[in-house]
Design a protein around this ligand. Structure first.
Ligand SMILES: [Zn+2]
Length: 233
Protein backbone atom coordinates (compact mmCIF):
# COMPACT_ATOMS: atom_id res chain seq x y z
CA UNK A 1 0.00 0.00 0.00
CA UNK A 2 1.36 3.39 -0.93
CA UNK A 3 0.31 6.95 -0.13
CA UNK A 4 1.68 9.83 -2.18
CA UNK A 5 2.26 13.25 -0.60
CA UNK A 6 1.82 16.37 -2.73
CA UNK A 7 1.51 20.09 -1.96
CA UNK A 8 1.09 22.36 -5.00
CA UNK A 9 0.08 21.17 -8.47
CA UNK A 10 1.15 24.09 -10.62
CA UNK A 11 4.16 25.59 -12.32
CA UNK A 12 6.30 27.16 -9.59
CA UNK A 13 6.30 30.98 -9.74
CA UNK A 14 9.74 32.51 -10.32
CA UNK A 15 9.89 34.28 -6.97
CA UNK A 16 8.79 31.28 -4.85
CA UNK A 17 11.27 29.59 -2.54
CA UNK A 18 11.17 25.84 -1.92
CA UNK A 19 10.20 24.89 -5.48
CA UNK A 20 10.31 21.22 -4.48
CA UNK A 21 6.73 21.68 -3.21
CA UNK A 22 5.43 22.19 -6.76
CA UNK A 23 4.52 19.47 -9.23
CA UNK A 24 4.00 20.67 -12.78
CA UNK A 25 0.44 19.69 -13.91
CA UNK A 26 1.75 17.93 -17.02
CA UNK A 27 4.14 15.83 -14.89
CA UNK A 28 1.27 15.13 -12.50
CA UNK A 29 -0.88 13.82 -15.35
CA UNK A 30 2.02 11.66 -16.58
CA UNK A 31 2.37 10.19 -13.06
CA UNK A 32 -1.36 9.48 -12.85
CA UNK A 33 -1.35 7.86 -16.30
CA UNK A 34 1.61 5.68 -15.35
CA UNK A 35 -0.08 4.53 -12.14
CA UNK A 36 -3.22 3.67 -14.13
CA UNK A 37 -1.19 1.74 -16.67
CA UNK A 38 0.56 -0.20 -13.90
CA UNK A 39 -2.84 -1.26 -12.57
CA UNK A 40 -2.99 0.88 -9.43
CA UNK A 41 -6.39 1.57 -7.88
CA UNK A 42 -7.50 4.14 -5.34
CA UNK A 43 -8.95 3.24 -2.01
CA UNK A 44 -10.53 5.50 0.58
CA UNK A 45 -9.58 6.00 4.20
CA UNK A 46 -12.08 3.41 5.39
CA UNK A 47 -10.43 0.76 3.20
CA UNK A 48 -7.04 1.87 4.46
CA UNK A 49 -8.21 1.27 8.02
CA UNK A 50 -9.42 -2.21 6.98
CA UNK A 51 -6.03 -2.87 5.41
CA UNK A 52 -4.18 -1.76 8.56
CA UNK A 53 -6.34 -4.01 10.69
CA UNK A 54 -5.84 -7.01 8.42
CA UNK A 55 -9.30 -7.09 6.83
CA UNK A 56 -8.21 -6.04 3.33
CA UNK A 57 -5.48 -7.85 1.44
CA UNK A 58 -2.73 -5.73 -0.07
CA UNK A 59 -3.02 -5.06 -3.76
CA UNK A 60 -1.93 -2.31 -6.13
CA UNK A 61 -3.49 0.37 -3.96
CA UNK A 62 -2.52 4.01 -4.05
CA UNK A 63 -3.73 6.94 -1.99
CA UNK A 64 -3.18 10.47 -3.24
CA UNK A 65 -2.81 13.01 -0.42
CA UNK A 66 -2.56 16.78 -0.75
CA UNK A 67 -1.39 18.90 2.20
CA UNK A 68 -2.62 22.47 2.80
CA UNK A 69 -5.63 22.40 0.39
CA UNK A 70 -4.27 24.89 -2.13
CA UNK A 71 -6.59 26.18 -4.85
CA UNK A 72 -4.22 24.82 -7.52
CA UNK A 73 -4.87 21.26 -6.29
CA UNK A 74 -8.63 21.67 -6.74
CA UNK A 75 -8.21 23.31 -10.15
CA UNK A 76 -5.34 21.30 -11.61
CA UNK A 77 -5.09 17.93 -9.84
CA UNK A 78 -8.63 16.83 -9.02
CA UNK A 79 -9.93 17.01 -12.64
CA UNK A 80 -7.05 14.76 -13.74
CA UNK A 81 -7.68 12.29 -10.91
CA UNK A 82 -11.37 12.26 -11.75
CA UNK A 83 -10.60 11.58 -15.41
CA UNK A 84 -8.56 8.49 -14.46
CA UNK A 85 -10.95 7.41 -11.71
CA UNK A 86 -8.65 7.97 -8.72
CA UNK A 87 -9.70 9.47 -5.40
CA UNK A 88 -7.66 11.54 -2.94
CA UNK A 89 -7.57 13.00 0.56
CA UNK A 90 -7.04 16.76 0.89
CA UNK A 91 -5.77 18.03 4.26
CA UNK A 92 -7.20 21.41 5.22
CA UNK A 93 -5.88 23.89 7.81
CA UNK A 94 -9.38 24.56 9.11
CA UNK A 95 -8.76 28.12 10.31
CA UNK A 96 -7.30 29.31 7.01
CA UNK A 97 -9.99 28.26 4.53
CA UNK A 98 -10.20 30.85 1.73
CA UNK A 99 -7.02 32.55 2.99
CA UNK A 100 -3.39 31.75 2.21
CA UNK A 101 -0.31 29.98 3.64
CA UNK A 102 0.15 32.44 6.51
CA UNK A 103 2.57 30.06 8.28
CA UNK A 104 5.27 30.19 5.61
CA UNK A 105 4.33 32.92 3.11
CA UNK A 106 7.22 35.14 4.27
CA UNK A 107 9.77 32.36 4.24
CA UNK A 108 8.65 31.13 0.81
CA UNK A 109 8.26 34.67 -0.54
CA UNK A 110 4.81 33.82 -1.89
CA UNK A 111 1.17 33.85 -0.80
CA UNK A 112 -0.49 30.68 -1.99
CA UNK A 113 -4.32 30.76 -1.97
CA UNK A 114 -6.06 28.07 0.08
CA UNK A 115 -9.36 26.76 -1.26
CA UNK A 116 -12.72 28.09 -0.11
CA UNK A 117 -15.56 25.98 1.31
CA UNK A 118 -17.17 25.98 -2.15
CA UNK A 119 -14.19 24.17 -3.63
CA UNK A 120 -14.33 21.61 -0.83
CA UNK A 121 -18.04 20.99 -1.23
CA UNK A 122 -17.58 20.37 -4.93
CA UNK A 123 -14.67 18.00 -4.26
CA UNK A 124 -16.80 16.05 -1.77
CA UNK A 125 -19.53 15.72 -4.41
CA UNK A 126 -16.88 14.22 -6.69
CA UNK A 127 -16.09 11.64 -3.96
CA UNK A 128 -12.78 13.15 -2.84
CA UNK A 129 -12.10 13.12 0.90
CA UNK A 130 -11.29 15.98 3.24
CA UNK A 131 -9.09 15.57 6.32
CA UNK A 132 -7.84 17.91 9.04
CA UNK A 133 -4.45 19.63 8.90
CA UNK A 134 -5.07 21.32 12.31
CA UNK A 135 -6.31 24.94 12.48
CA UNK A 136 -3.41 27.29 11.81
CA UNK A 137 -0.70 24.89 10.63
CA UNK A 138 1.38 25.31 13.79
CA UNK A 139 4.04 22.70 14.64
CA UNK A 140 2.11 20.82 17.32
CA UNK A 141 4.96 19.72 19.60
CA UNK A 142 5.84 23.39 20.18
CA UNK A 143 2.40 24.18 21.64
CA UNK A 144 1.13 23.69 25.18
CA UNK A 145 -1.33 20.86 25.77
CA UNK A 146 -4.38 23.13 25.76
CA UNK A 147 -3.47 24.56 22.34
CA UNK A 148 -2.65 21.10 21.00
CA UNK A 149 -6.10 19.90 22.02
CA UNK A 150 -7.68 22.96 20.39
CA UNK A 151 -5.81 22.50 17.12
CA UNK A 152 -6.65 18.81 16.93
CA UNK A 153 -10.22 18.68 18.31
CA UNK A 154 -11.53 22.02 17.06
CA UNK A 155 -10.23 21.62 13.51
CA UNK A 156 -12.27 18.40 13.27
CA UNK A 157 -15.35 20.17 14.58
CA UNK A 158 -14.96 23.21 12.29
CA UNK A 159 -14.70 21.00 9.21
CA UNK A 160 -17.54 18.73 10.30
CA UNK A 161 -19.88 21.66 11.05
CA UNK A 162 -19.11 23.48 7.81
CA UNK A 163 -19.13 20.47 5.48
CA UNK A 164 -21.69 18.25 7.22
CA UNK A 165 -19.53 15.12 7.08
CA UNK A 166 -17.46 13.24 9.61
CA UNK A 167 -13.71 13.92 9.50
CA UNK A 168 -11.70 10.77 10.22
CA UNK A 169 -8.21 11.58 9.00
CA UNK A 170 -5.56 13.95 10.31
CA UNK A 171 -2.23 15.13 8.93
CA UNK A 172 0.47 16.66 11.19
CA UNK A 173 1.57 20.14 10.09
CA UNK A 174 5.29 19.92 9.16
CA UNK A 175 5.02 16.21 9.99
CA UNK A 176 5.66 17.28 13.59
CA UNK A 177 4.33 14.91 16.29
CA UNK A 178 5.31 13.08 19.46
CA UNK A 179 3.65 10.51 21.70
CA UNK A 180 1.42 13.09 23.44
CA UNK A 181 0.24 14.57 20.13
CA UNK A 182 -0.58 11.10 18.79
CA UNK A 183 -2.62 10.37 21.91
CA UNK A 184 -4.64 13.56 21.49
CA UNK A 185 -5.32 12.73 17.83
CA UNK A 186 -6.53 9.29 18.84
CA UNK A 187 -8.73 10.65 21.65
CA UNK A 188 -10.26 13.24 19.31
CA UNK A 189 -11.80 10.37 17.35
CA UNK A 190 -9.65 10.31 14.24
CA UNK A 191 -9.09 6.85 12.71
CA UNK A 192 -5.87 7.62 10.86
CA UNK A 193 -3.09 10.22 10.81
CA UNK A 194 -0.43 10.82 8.16
CA UNK A 195 3.15 11.80 8.90
CA UNK A 196 5.90 12.85 6.52
CA UNK A 197 7.93 9.74 7.34
CA UNK A 198 8.96 8.18 4.06
CA UNK A 199 8.01 4.67 2.94
CA UNK A 200 5.20 2.27 2.06
CA UNK A 201 2.34 1.46 4.44
CA UNK A 202 2.22 -2.10 5.77
CA UNK A 203 -0.59 -3.98 7.47
CA UNK A 204 -0.55 -3.42 11.25
CA UNK A 205 1.51 -0.22 11.00
CA UNK A 206 0.58 2.38 13.62
CA UNK A 207 -2.51 4.10 12.10
CA UNK A 208 -1.42 7.44 13.63
CA UNK A 209 2.04 7.70 12.06
CA UNK A 210 1.35 6.62 8.49
CA UNK A 211 4.19 6.88 6.01
CA UNK A 212 4.02 8.52 2.61
CA UNK A 213 6.11 8.85 -0.52
CA UNK A 214 7.30 12.42 -1.07
CA UNK A 215 6.36 13.75 -4.47
CA UNK A 216 8.66 16.65 -5.33
CA UNK A 217 9.09 18.93 -8.34
CA UNK A 218 11.76 16.56 -9.68
CA UNK A 219 9.92 13.27 -9.11
CA UNK A 220 9.97 12.19 -12.73
CA UNK A 221 8.48 8.87 -13.83
CA UNK A 222 11.72 6.99 -13.21
CA UNK A 223 11.95 8.33 -9.66
CA UNK A 224 8.29 7.48 -9.11
CA UNK A 225 8.96 3.89 -10.16
CA UNK A 226 11.80 3.69 -7.64
CA UNK A 227 9.54 5.03 -4.89
CA UNK A 228 6.95 2.37 -5.76
CA UNK A 229 9.58 -0.37 -5.71
CA UNK A 230 10.68 -2.59 -2.85
CA UNK A 231 13.50 -0.14 -2.10
CA UNK A 232 10.96 1.99 -0.25
CA UNK A 233 8.91 -0.85 1.24
ZN1 LIG B 1 1.12 21.43 5.55
Amino acid sequence: MKALMYHNISISPKEANLKSLYTNPSLFEAQVKLLKKLGYKSINSKDLKDFLEGRLKDDKYIIFTFDDAYVDVFENALPILKKYNFSAIIFVPAGLVGEYNRWDADRLNIKKPIASWDYMEKALKDSFEIGSHAIFHNPLTYLDTKSQIQEIHDSKKILEDKLGISINTFCYPYGDYDEDVVKIVENAGYDLAFSVNSGHIRAFDNPYTLKRLHMRHNTNLFRLLIKLSKLYA
